[in-house]
Ligand binder design. Sequence first.
Ligand code: FEO
Length: 163
Amino acid sequence: MISKELVEMLTRQIRMEGDARQFYLSASIWCKTRGLDGTAHFFNMQSEEEHGHMMKIINFLIDVGEKPVLPALEAPKNDFKNYRDLFETSLKYEKEVTESFHAMANKCLEVKDHTTLNFLQWFIEEQVEEEDLFRSILDKLDLIGETGTSIYLLDKELGSRQE
Ligand code: FEO
């Protein structure tokens, strides 16, 4: 049986994933209203991915006999200093999400909950990809500089995201 503390932690995680969904949608709107259609598409896909993460946790809680209650979500950041800020804020948020999953994994080890620990492994691997995704975009921005032309080219590239 899953511990009360882990249910609370997973419920907080539902909120974090929901907040991420809203945040990425907000970033998508910011881009779309500035002619950055490729980056808007990229963030829209990221938002949908976060919805999937949230659903995965909700379904897990149901599968282990809990009745998850949806927490209130925060209003997302909706203004960004510049193009780089979109990705710096995203990476910062993903790092917080990674920490949260690690804290839950530590709790699982403490209470010897192998079922939940096994469930969390997918997210722990996913977070490596999530952080790498934003870090690599920031690396590219460092490399090519933040000019109109470089943003135009990066926007085109991000518009080709498939999943
Ligand atoms: Fe679901 Fe990007 O963390």
